[in-house]
Design a protein around this ligand. Structure first.
Ligand code: FES
Ligand SMILES: [Fe+2]
Length: 386
């Protein structure tokens, strides 16, 4: 967000605080079966997790040539690799012989990948270089059996992968960047203004809650629950009123008012501090939420693992020149990750999943303070119908 936009947003929030209210949007309903249906999950895996750009890492995780990470995008296992020449690549983590995963390490360094099953060997550019007893494959053409490569690009500090593009785009780096920027509908500029390219991932956590993946996105897309669910943790930093949100393409941007925003009344606009006085958060369709704490950023990305289980990646991104001592960051991450996210947000999502399974309700309702949740579900529905 540019400075003028930040000032404008702060003014809007201060007016809402005076009026003892927040922005109210459209109300609606969510189908409960969307959290439990196997057919629905199959559609989501074949659409949302194949045709849309998803964040797989912060760029700082793969800054070194020869480094790699692995993860599953829904049911697709991938290796994200920066090869020795510095080129970023994404491969299916599946041997072209009979499908074994080449590595199960979550991250590491490699110049080549050797399959654990029969030892076929691939270079870090994905080419097949070695087949033991190759006379057993008299007609095998090595160059036709390199690892399957997926489309990947870096924009605004993150690495984005589209497993299967609906509309093929040229693999030229500029074209891929234009595609992601168009998809982000202006959020890329916000992320650049927040300096996300100049952050590093300091620490991370992976959790496997027993709930549908969309419940996690729901929980991180609204602040209506702050005064109740988070009353014993972070509620005391925030005001009840003054929050705003807006739709941006398929995504949304919300901004919560921290109590410090009241300092604005006694300071000239030139000293207004948007970053310290608010908590902006972005729901990036389909499966990431970014939360901007005053001095660091949470990147939360969720992948389904069945209808009632998911995998949640939570990264702590800090400015690369931050010099606060290690114990400060560890303590802060622990408070947010363990106490707020795990013990409060994720716990309520698991609690809701059991109610969803009961079939007691066919629909749940979303109020005017939760419109970004409704937008997220509307975008999921639209993507599955298109
Ligand atoms: S499955 Fe990889 S070498 Fe056989
Ligand atoms: Fe929460």
């Amino acid at each position: 967000m540019q400075q003028e936009h930040r000032i404008e947003t702060l003014k809007r929030m201060l007016t809402l605080i005076e009026e003892k209210t927040s922005i109210m949007g459209e109300t609606g309903t969510i189908e409960v079966s969307h959290y439990t249906s196997k057919d629905r999950l199959a559609d989501e895996l074949n659409t949302l997790f194949l045709e849309y750009p998803v964040i797989v890492a912060h760029s700082s995780q793969l800054s070194e040539p020869g480094s790699f990470i692995t993860l599953d995008i829904g049911h697709i296992p991938i290796i994200v690799n920066r090869d020795r020449l510095g080129i970023l690549r994404v491969f299916l983590n599946s041997c072209r012989h009979r499908g074994a995963k080449l590595t199960e390490k979550p991250c590491g360094k490699a110049k080549a990948f050797k399959c654990p099953y029969h030892a076929w060997g691939y270079m870090d550019d994905g080419s097949l270089k070695f087949v033991p007893s190759n006379n057993a494959f008299p007609s095998l053409e090595l160059e036709q059996h390199g690892l399957k490569e997926l489309s990947v690009t870096e924009v605004a500090g993150f690495i984005w992968v589209v497993p299967k593009l609906k509309a093929p785009i040229s693999e030229e780096p500029e074209n891929k960047e234009v595609y992601i920027r168009h998809y982000l509908a202006g959020i890329d500029k916000d992320l650049e203004h927040f300096g996300l390219k100049n952050h590093v991932r300091r620490v991370s956590d992976i959790q496997k809650p027993k709930c549908n993946w969309k419940l996690i996105i729901d929980a991180f897309s609204e602040g209506y629950h702050l005064k109740s669910l988070h009353k014993d943790s972070v509620e005391s930093f925030f005001l009840e009123h003054g929050s705003v949100f807006q739709k941006m393409g398929k995504h949304s941007r919300s901004v919560g008012a921290r109590k410090d925003i009241l300092k604005a009344k006694s300071l000239p606009e030139s000293e207004w501090d948007f970053r310290s006085w608010t908590t902006p958060f972005y729901t990036l369709f389909p499966n990431t939420v970014l939360v901007f704490h005053p001095d660091w950023v949470s990147r939360i990305t969720v992948f389904p693992d069945g209808t009632d289980q998911c995998v949640v990646f939570h990264d702590m991104l800090v400015p690369e020149d931050a010099n606060l001592k290690a114990s400060y960051w560890d303590k802060t991450f622990k408070l947010i990750n363990q106490q707020v996210f795990a013990a409060e947000d994720i716990a309520i999502c698991e609690n809701i999943q059991s109610a969803a399974r009961s079939g007691a309700d066919t629909h749940w309702v979303t109020g005017g303070l939760e419109t970004p949740v409704l937008w997220f579900h509307q975008e999921c529905n639209a993507a599955l119908e298109s």
